[in-house]
Design a protein around this ligand. Structure first.
Ligand code: PLP
Length: 384
């Protein structure tokens, strides 16, 4: 090769540089077929049999994501939840797993209900403390350590390399929900993780118009094939059109994330001294508890997600969210439009989320417009 390998940002922009061999189209078609022709000698030399197992429209998104994460293989799923739960369904009843107390709430609920009833023994820990993970693993019995970093909605940070070492010593795998980290800022597999999970609904797609999930594996081994089988058997595959939209969104992943990181950092700095704000939670702030670890394992920024704790408590937080004009009051994150959410309301009873917390997903509007809108909303919310 006459030049150095292309950067991940360039690979993503061109979806691995794929060109249709017949038409020379620079954008792939959507393959709608649910079934594939069998060869006359009864074989399936195309490698495709039935679209519950896979679909050619997945190929580019999966190979691009595997390249961005430095993994062997990727699988796209019908949602982040179906990607995440596949990792646990790949275990056996009786297996022990360690998961964070602060994590995506719906997965935490599933682990505490369905997964536990099914027979997994689930231990929730303060995953921002490496010693708490080490104390929870049971060598030989723990099969999976699950972490999310930065973690919803307080953005606490787990040391991925340390968690991988602890998991591996105990004979367990480490899986990382890196939805907020994105492959732009963090590559957990390079830090020792075995599996990376994304709610591809968020930054990977980036336009709030599909629900999708993805797993990336460090190795294409027996365990990876099991995850592939779970997807095919449960039918938790991504629709063809959604897979196409996912790839279309991933082409602009790097500029979107870079923009969101810059704006989130600017907002965190300005909100830290705002008279109506009690505390800003953002891994990029030097005062944030997880800042040193975030600095070690994230590069290019600290993400587009932050939370503010509003002076005046829950009432003032909800009243402020009611008064935004540019920010959109909605759940989810990682889209081009900035979202604000009173998180405790959606997580419900038992949430570790403080009642005065507003979660902010920073999109690609200007940081000045976003700050001015929040400023007026916080002031009006406080005085209401
Ligand atoms: N993980 C994180 C960090 C999330 O924020 C979400 C969704 O909000 C999920 C997983 C679940 O993903 P999905 O909604 O695509 O099923």
């Amino acid at each position: 090769m006459s030049q150095k390998p292309f950067s991940p940002a360039s690979l993503a922009a061109q979806a691995m540089g794929w060109i249709d061999p017949v038409t020379k189209a620079v954008v792939p078609p959507i393959h709608m077929a649910s079934t594939y022709l069998r060869d006359e000698d009864n074989g399936y030399r195309s490698g495709r049999i039935y679209a519950r197992a896979d679909n050619p429209t997945f190929d580019q998104a999966e190979s691009t994501l595997a390249a961005l994460e430095g993994g062997a293989k990727a699988l796209v799923f019908s949602s982040g939840m179906s990607a995440a739960t596949a990792c646990f369904l790949g275990l056996a009843p009786g297996d022990h797993v360690v998961a964070p107390k602060v994590m995506y709430w719906s997965l935490r609920n599933w682990l505490g209900t369905f997964a536990t009833q099914w027979g997994l023994s689930v231990e929730f820990v303060d995953a921002d403390r490496t010693d708490a993970i080490a104390a929870a693993v049971k060598p030989g019995k723990t099969k999976l350590v699950w972490i999310e970093t930065p973690a919803n909605p307080t953005w606490c940070v787990t040391d991925i390399a340390a968690a991988a070492e602890i998991a591996h010593k105990a004979g367990a795998r480490l899986a990382v929900d890196s939805t907020v980290g994105t492959p732009v800022l963090t590559q957990p597999l390079k830090l020792g993780a075995d599996i990376v999970m994304h709610s591809a609904t968020k930054y990977l797609n980036g336009h709030s118009d599909i629900i999708a999930g993805a797993l990336v594996g460090a190795a294409d081994d027996e365990h990876w094939q099991k995850l592939r089988t779970i997807r095919a058997q449960l039918g938790t595959i991504l629709g063809q059109t959604e897979a196409w939209l996912l790839m279309r969104g991933m082409r602009t992943l790097f500029p979107r994330v870079a923009w969101a990181c810059r704006s989130a950092e600017a907002l965190a700095d300005r909100l830290a001294t705002h008279p109506m704000v009690a505390e800003v939670l953002y891994p990029g702030l030097p005062s944030f508890a997880g800042h040193a670890v975030a600095k070690k394992q994230m590069s290019g920024g600290f993400g587009g997600m932050l939370s503010v704790r509003v002076k005046g408590g829950e009432r003032a937080a909800i009243a402020s969210a009611a008064r935004v004009e540019l920010w959109k009051r909605a759940t989810s994150l990682g889209g081009v439009e900035s979202l604000i959410e009173h998180r405790a309301s959606i997580e419900g009873p038992g949430t570790p989320c403080p009642p005065d917390l507003l979660r902010l997903s920073v999109g690609v509007e200007t940081a000045d417009d976003l700050f001015d809108d929040l400023d007026q909303a916080l002031r009006r919310g406080h005085n209401s």
